[in-house]
Design a protein around this ligand. Structure first.
Ligand code: SF4
Ligand code: SF4
Length: 181
């Protein structure tokens, strides 16, 4: 076991280690912060009884993948830049934890601002909320439109900051187009 990690008793499905500990504290590649869904191959569709895994993933529970040992191949091969850095020892666990915490804080601020702009986005993961934020603006009128406009600038500011962090640390460097897994 990595000396920096602490066993996560709530996540018995995942082998213990600094990298897995980081992931159980993050979960942003499973909860709709980075991706809208996970594509499945034919075997996985049949095994999981669904065509696609929309995010927030139904198998994510408290930062823990409930089907970790049998997770889909797209989940298995995905590593964010932060995790790659930890495996390559170019990123320390403590620094990675701080980056995750800062990014989630920014993500939550953006989510809050989105809800202030459009309360109907309640319950949607971030990627979906952002899509609807753009689309629904066209149908707004009166007070709803005023409310939207009064929060739009802050939404765009926070989104820009979050995108910078996600591009720098989380989306795969070699495949920036893979935002829909
Ligand atoms: S985004 Fe990176 S650190 Fe976060 S859960 Fe996914 S692989 Fe782990
Ligand atoms: S199956 Fe597991 S690893 Fe894949 S998105 Fe769902 S929770 Fe994450």
């Amino acid at each position: 076991m990595d000396s920096l990690s602490t066993p996560n008793a709530s996540c018995s499905t995942i082998p213990v280690g600094a990298a897995s500990e980081l992931c159980t504290r993050c979960g942003m590649c499973c909860d709709g912060t980075l991706f809208a869904s996970v594509a499945l191959d034919e075997n996985e569709k049949s095994r999981l009884g669904r065509e696609l895994l929309p995010q927030t993933c139904v198998f994510l529970n408290g930062g823990c993948c409930q089907i970790y040992a049998q997770r889909p191949s797209r989940c298995r091969v995905f590593q964010c830049q932060l995790l790659e850095g930890m495996h390559a020892s170019t990123e320390s666990y403590q620094n990675a934890l701080q980056i995750v915490a800062d990014t989630k804080k920014l993500r939550d601020e953006l989510h809050r601002e989105l809800l202030l702009a459009l309360p109907s986005l309640e319950g949607l993961p971030l990627v979906e909320a952002l899509k609807k934020f753009r689309k629904q603006s066209k149908s707004l009128m009166g007070n709803a439109l005023q409310r939207y406009l009064s929060h739009k600038r802050e939404v765009l500011r926070l989104k820009k900051l979050l995108d910078q962090k996600l591009d720098e640390y989380f989306y795969p460097a070699k495949d920036a187009s893979s935002r829909e897994v």
